[in-house]
Design a protein. Structure first.
Length: 202
């Protein structure tokens, strides 16, 4: 004979799950992570409280409770993205000691896999939104300063600025082009901008 289920067992488990979600201290963070996923797939124009609630698996009222307006939700989601992106970017360079290792990392940034594709899409969504919303420009400037500061440790400030601009342009080209540029071509362009040595301070 099959084992009998305790009376109300499923209902009790469901209530327990709902109770845990109601008291979830990470709910606000999970909502922001869900908002970032919506921004990747649908862009700023497609961001809604309802889509974010569905992606985060929380009630709609929970999203509007934490983020009353879409502008606030969008701004805080992008702020979370910039915080995450700065930490990830910094980590990419921790083992770099030579010019060739630096170039390898930079080529990987341009021609990275799905996770870097996601990050690049979010970055361009942020920059596009900042064109229309000056309040977001502080985030784009924060990211630019941080990324150039990392590069400047190897190249100096002026070369870092040129290299940063080149990388952004190349990443956009990779996202939009129907014909993938070879790693050799990407490497040559980066090497030319970088110059013969690193750590020169130029």
């Amino acid at each position: 004979m099959d084992e009998l289920e305790a009376p109300g067992g499923q209902d009790a488990a469901g209530r327990e799950g709902r109770r845990a979600r109601r008291h979830d201290p990470q709910r606000g963070r999970r909502i922001l992570d869900a908002a970032l996923e919506v921004l990747v797939t649908d862009g700023v124009a497609g961001l809604t409280h309802r889509k974010v609630a569905s992606r985060a698996d929380v009630p709609l009222g929970s999203v509007t409770y934490h983020f009353a307006t879409l502008a606030d939700l969008c701004a805080q989601a992008f702020a979370r993205y910039v915080e995450q992106r700065m930490a990830e970017y910094e980590a990419l360079f921790t083992q770099v000691a030579t010019r060739e290792e630096l170039i390898d990392v930079l080529v990987g940034i341009v021609q990275g896999g799905p996770s870097r594709h996601r990050s690049a899409v979010l970055g361009f969504e942020l920059h596009l939104a900042a064109l229309r919303d000056p309040a977001l420009r502080a985030l784009t400037q924060e990211w630019t300063r941080a990324s150039r500061a990392v590069l400047a440790r190897f190249t100096g400030a002026r070369t870092a600025a040129r290299l940063d601009a080149l990388l952004e342009g190349m990443i956009m080209h990779v996202l939009l082009s129907t014909e993938q540029e070879s790693r050799e071509e990407t490497r040559a362009a980066i090497a030319q901008t970088l110059g013969p040595v690193i750590g020169s301070g130029t």
